[in-house]
Design a protein around this ligand. Sequence first.
Ligand code: ADP
Ligand code: MG
Ligand code: MG
Length: 198
Amino acid sequence: MEITVKELQEWLADFATEVKAKKDYLSELDTPIGDGDHGNNMARGMEAYEESLAKQKPTTISDTFKILAMALISKVGGASGPLYGSAFMNITKATKDITVITHQAELGSLLETGLKGIQQRGKAEAGDKTMVDVWFPVVTALKEESLTSEKIEAAKESTKNLVAKKGRASYLGERAVGHIDPGAASSALLFTTLLKFC
Ligand code: ADP
Ligand code: MG
Ligand code: MG
């Protein structure tokens, strides 16, 4: 693999396209177990990223992640904004001196700093029915150089039968069972669009 700033920006452009295309789907997932805004939140955040990217024209991996983090923190509104924002801010720091990522394991270690950011801010563990349930297995698979679309999909689906311990869905207790977590679904889009560069 060879991810330079060019591939990184292609990946994030693909992610933005997917989030906008699946905006209604993501908000529909958030309707029975949340407040129905996750797709709108993420689409607004990724549009803000695209605008900021065009204006600031970052030339490094780190600066690109910083623009993404700032856009999500300042424009998303919902819980997912600061959580994704913490992840990408940690990755901004971890990529300070990096111009190219050449191995899945290296990418896994970088994304692991992002996962730590999500967990520091949100205090969720794996199994709590949140985006962590996708980030955690994806980081593990990357570190083993074995990430596949099947693993990402399985991670997303695994949230369906969980009771939520964090976020709005946690207010529902057992009634959240049977529904995929919206943040797990948006994270699955993030990592599925990454596969083409792995
Ligand atoms: P809000 O719930 O404020 O409307 P969103 O709908 O945009 O925000 O995002 C909801 C998603 O955020 C959830 O599906 C879940 O994946 C994620 N989430 C919420 N709280 C936490 C947390 N404490 N830790 C990790 N992820 C969380
Ligand atoms: Mg919501
Ligand atoms: Mg909301």
